[in-house]
Design a protein around this ligand. Structure first.
Ligand code: NAD
Length: 250
């Protein structure tokens, strides 16, 4: 098993991608600390994992809570090998329709949260020779209409990944980012609501937007996360793995 005896902390664990990531690590023998704002869904997931799971639910936008969640996971499991920064929110709006509070919220969750969690995890990852995998987006590379805050957050995450990878390479910590196009998760429902479209119509639009003809499945993102976190990626750091069915090949 690829992650036997390893300890993983996943933020956004109760979300569509988070569920697939947590279950995939657990299936490979890992012990997993589950972090999300959604307590109920997190508790259910932890219950499913049995002794391999541990609940550290909390808000990644608060650096003190971030420190406490990392400490709790390390106290419980004795080490930390991998941090997956998956917590994320999306807001539909341009510069005029995005309020300062909406802008701040998206940046706070998607970018600040990933930084605070990475910062808190770093001493433990240095001790274990571990890795961080960030969940970016195709909007880490290209702009998207009506997604100014989201694109800023995911573009920032890409260069944060690269800068941190350089800073910590000699300390043996690898830091990479996966960049999926639209994934079939509850975030698509959030987008449909914000755009005022029925969810099934929104899914058809997104399926048609991908050259392969369908959105990415959460499991396909999890597979790439596990690869980058594993020893099979032992000399890969500071890079992005694009999972987009060809969207950015256009
Ligand atoms: N769904 C997509 O189309 C898509 C495409 C590319 C990238 N992504 C990225 O993938 C990641 C996972 O998204 P998803 O599609 O699974 O969405 P999701 O909405 O299903 O999951 C996101 C999770 O993050 C949690 N969260 C939000 N704010 C938080 C906070 N402050 N602290 C802790 N947890 C918080 C939510 O409770 C939720 O469970 C996100 O970073 C997202 O930006 C999603």
């Amino acid at each position: 098993m690829m992650f036997q005896d390893k300890v993983i902390l996943v933020t956004g664990a109760a979300g569509g991608v988070g569920h697939a990531v947590v279950r995939s690590f657990a299936a490979e023998g890992a012990r997993v600390a589950v972090c999300d704002l959604d307590d109920g869904a997190s508790q259910t997931l932890v219950g499913e994992l049995g002794a391999q799971g541990f609940l550290v639910s909390g808000d990644v936008t608060d650096p003190e809570i971030g420190d406490a969640m990392i400490d709790a996971a390390v106290d419980h499991f004795g080490r930390l090998d991998v941090l997956v920064n998956g917590a994320g929110v999306i807001h539909v709006g341009d510069a005029q329709s995005t309020s300062p509070a909406q802008w701040r919220h998206v940046l706070a969750v998607n970018l600040d949260g990933a930084f605070y969690m990475s910062r808190a995890a770093m001493p433990h990852l240095i001790a274990s020779g571990g890795a961080i995998v960030n969940i970016g987006s195709d909007f880490s590379f290209v702009g998207g209409e009506q997604l100014v805050a989201y694109c800023a957050s995911k573009g920032g995450m890409l260069l944060m990944t690269k800068a941190m990878a350089l800073d910590h390479a000699k300390q043996g910590v690898r830091i990479n980012i996966v960049c999926p196009t639209v994934i079939d998760t509850p975030m698509v429902d959030s987008l449909a609501r914000q755009l005022g479209n029925p969810a099934d119509e929104q899914r058809e639009i997104y399926d048609a937007s991908v050259p392969t003809g369908r959105m990415i499945a959460p499991q396909e993102v999890a597979d790439s996360v596990l690869f980058l976190a594993s020893d099979k990626a032992s000399h890969i750091t500071g890079t992005s793995l694009v999972i987009d069915g060809g969207v950015t090949a256009r």
